[in-house]
Design a protein around this ligand. Sequence first.
Ligand code: GLV
Ligand code: GLV
Length: 323
Amino acid sequence: SLPHVFITRRLPASLEQLQTIANVEVWMERQPPPYDILLAKAQAVDGLLCLLTDKIDCELIAASSLKVISQMAVGYDNIDIAAATAKKIPVGHTPGILTNATADLTWALIMSAARRVVEADKFTRAGLWKTWEPDLLLGPDVAGATLGIIGLGRIGQAVARRAQGFEMKILYTNRQRCAPEVEKLLNAEFVSLEKLLQESDFISIHTPGSEDTYHLLSDREFALMKPSAILINTARGTIIDENALYRALSQKQIAAAALDVTEIEPLPMDSLLLSLDNLIITPHIGSASQQTRKKMAEMAIANLIAGLKGDRLPHCVNPQVYS
Ligand code: GLV
Ligand code: GLV
């Protein structure tokens, strides 16, 4: 009999090929399946295709009969990878294909925060545009400024490539220093986090969410930044201490921030961050281009099919399961 799979949301890709080799159940609601349903499904199926909104923790994995977990995202901080590896369950993800889309959104936020596009739109709609004014809605130049990139992986490098057109100076931190050819191509200088924070006009985060990066930016780090600094986060909300960010923005210790991700998603509507004019917020749409979301769904399905067949996943987070 065919293996069973559970897909936690409707996907923007065809399930036809999957349906020839598996019994497929799709969660059809707009909200993610509640944890108890996910737990029950994980005990009843062979394959799970999940999103970053699904909490795949060690209890769920321990109780499960899963042979493969396939996440439709590049990040996987919602999944207890150690628990999956201990049970020899391969975990798939979708790297590479969302790099450009995420770098594009990062640039949309850099430009919007610098030139106050969201504020300007609200200003215009409020009927406040009375005349051309020499000092109306001024922001800093992007061209020629210094961009600090925290995490120069695939996405960080794509952001740096785009910065070449703006003749920016690039500083970066990374777990490991990049190869000299990469540094040369991107005109990027490897520095300490402290130096990056002190010298950058724009600071953009492209490192995974993990215990190591939890609250990487807090009061001490905001105090090091320039009063003119603009902070962008399209990575994971947990990397920024949001209370510290609120203090820094409201006291004008830094100029502005643009966040596509928050510590709690969705951002609670009573968050003080929503009261700030110098903050732009978008609802975790870094990879949200039509083409990219389709490719992500297709890659997640390909990982799932490989796992069901007992083949090596094309994009595996924990290849140790194969040794
Ligand atoms: C989105 O945040 C992803 O990790 O793909
Ligand atoms: C994610 O794709 C990264 O390596 O930046």
